[in-house]
Design a protein around this ligand. Sequence first.
Ligand SMILES: C[S@@+](CC[C@H](N)C(=O)[O-])C[C@H]1O[C@@H](n2cnc3c(N)ncnc32)[C@H](O)[C@@H]1O
Length: 239
Amino acid sequence: MSKGILDNNYAKERESKSELIFRYKVRAQILANAIQKYLEKTENLNILELGAAEGKTILFLNEILPNNKITGLEYSSDLIRQAKNLPQNLNLIQGDATNFDPSVEENTYDVVSALALLEHLTNPVLCIKEALRVLRPGGIFVATCPNPFWDHVATMTGLLKAEQHETEMTKKKMIALANEAGLELLRFERFMWAPISFLPYLKIKISEKNSLKFDKAIHSLRIFNWLFVNQVLIGRKKT
Ligand SMILES: C[S@@+](CC[C@H](N)C(=O)[O-])C[C@H]1O[C@@H](n2cnc3c(N)ncnc32)[C@H](O)[C@@H]1O
């Protein structure tokens, strides 16, 4: 089994660890913001989240943008069994994000996301190609990946478990893979400024919205950009 597949412990940790809760909420907010910016509507969408774990992130996305159909695809059956209280419009299915089951139909989804997933895969381009295949023309793909530099720092300081990531997803690599898969690139942006995203480790509360407001301010200063720990790529399936 790939070391990128997570187990029940991940779901357990996301119940209580404020830094993990903060992280998935920021990722869900980043996805919601992309939907609001790049699609003409925010309801009645068909959304597929790849590597959805126990569904916490799609549950939070559903709070921000209700009235959509959201499917989470996750490899680990153990994690899927940890899913709690998913409403009717949310569904978790077992599958491989690099080789979809035929039940995931082509040209169907308005949005396909891979939040904190591509770095867990040995061959991430396969995942982006699969995403493109099932997106409807004009639909968007949203991927977030931690900055590998800060990933190493977090691993060395014991903030992150060592053995989970398979591929270093630099900005250059993310853009190259998107191009290779045939995605039209809409935006690449860094987010989660380290000094702010460290606050949850100190049990200091910061909302995902305020964290992203800080990011905006830092982007406009243009001097501390190297301190962002996360990155998002947004692309569109050509019409
Ligand atoms: C870091 S978690 C991210 C969870 C969620 N997307 C989020 O943003 O909160 C990555 C998830 O991807 C899953 N995963 C890894 N490889 C996969 C694959 N080939 N197919 C489907 N899921 C996979 C892991 O088991 C894990 O649950």
